[in-house]
Design a protein around this ligand. Structure first.
Ligand code: PGA
Length: 253
């Protein structure tokens, strides 16, 4: 059975004090409710990973993830953080290829393939993001683009490696805009991705991959989105910064 996941992507928000308050409040409200096959992940800024991990304690269902990692192992790359470092601090997840990284930092499919590789090599679970900008959807090119993004960065993996990857479908036009994909649009694209994976790796492997939806998920729309058969949870930006709202989203899975 594939894992259900609600991941909060804090992006570059919150002071350290605010971050502690947010994580403690969410923990206080959901710690007893995150059961069974559900995982909650706080994708915090790098400096907060370790302290927030400590704050979360030993609850294995609630953990932290990084928002990025370097494609390099180590060396003279000022300002970068490696997968080796994350591993050495027992950080289990890392977001790879968020559209903001693609857009503002010029990350392309080939580079992201390297980041996926180095994350897996270090035992981290990459949360690999894909999704089309608005102009591509308007020209009906979304399926082709997302399939290409998945091919470019994941199709070199062996099946056993792919099974360790989480995919997040995040249409760029829905990120931070308040304009969510309808549950039908989300389901359609998740099914396209899963079918594409099945074409290459077989249905059994594809069925085991968690595919999260991201893009203006909030307390009001989470239930309907998470009820879609191919939506295995969410990658939540803005709404993960508010403890009550994020808690409601977690309870919707
Ligand atoms: P949003 O961000 O929920 O604020 O739209 C989602 C994301 O960027 O992961």
């Amino acid at each position: 059975m594939r894992q259900k996941i609600v991941a909060g992507n804090w992006k570059m928000n919150k002071t350290f004090e605010e971050a502690n308050i947010l994580a403690s409040e969410v923990m206080g409200m959901v710690a007893d409710e995150v059961k069974g096959n559900v995982k909650v992940i706080f994708c915090t800024p790098f400096p907060y990973l370790h302290p927030i991990k400590n704050l979360l304690g030993s609850n294995s269902r609630i953990s932290v993830g990084a928002q990025n990692c370097s494609e390099h192992e180590s060396g003279a790359y000022t300002g970068e953080t490696s997968a080796v470092m994350l591993k050495s601090m027992n950080i289990p997840y890392v977001i790879v290829g968020h559209s903001e990284r693609r857009q503002y930092f010029g990350e392309d499919g080939k580079l992201l393939a390297k980041k996926v590789d180095i994350a897996l090599k270090n035992g981290l679970t990459p949360i690999f993001c894909c999704g089309e900008p608005l102009d591509v959807r308007e020209k009906n090119g979304h399926e082709a683009l997302v399939k290409k993004q998945v091919e470019e960065s994941l199709f070199h993996l062996e099946a056993a490696q792919l099974e360790k990857v989480v995919i997040a479908y995040e249409p760029v036009w829905a990120i931070g805009t308040g304009k969510t994909a309808t549950s039908q649009q989300a389901q359609e694209m998740h099914a396209v991705i899963r079918k594409h994976l099945a074409g290459k790796y077989g249905a059994n492997v594809a069925d085991n991959i968690s595919i999260l939806y991201g893009g203006s998920v909030n307390a009001a729309n989470a239930k309907e989105l998470f009820a879609c058969p191919d939506v295995d949870g969410g990658l939540v930006g803005g709404a993960s910064l508010k403890s009550r709202e994020f808690t409601e989203i977690i309870k919707s899975i």
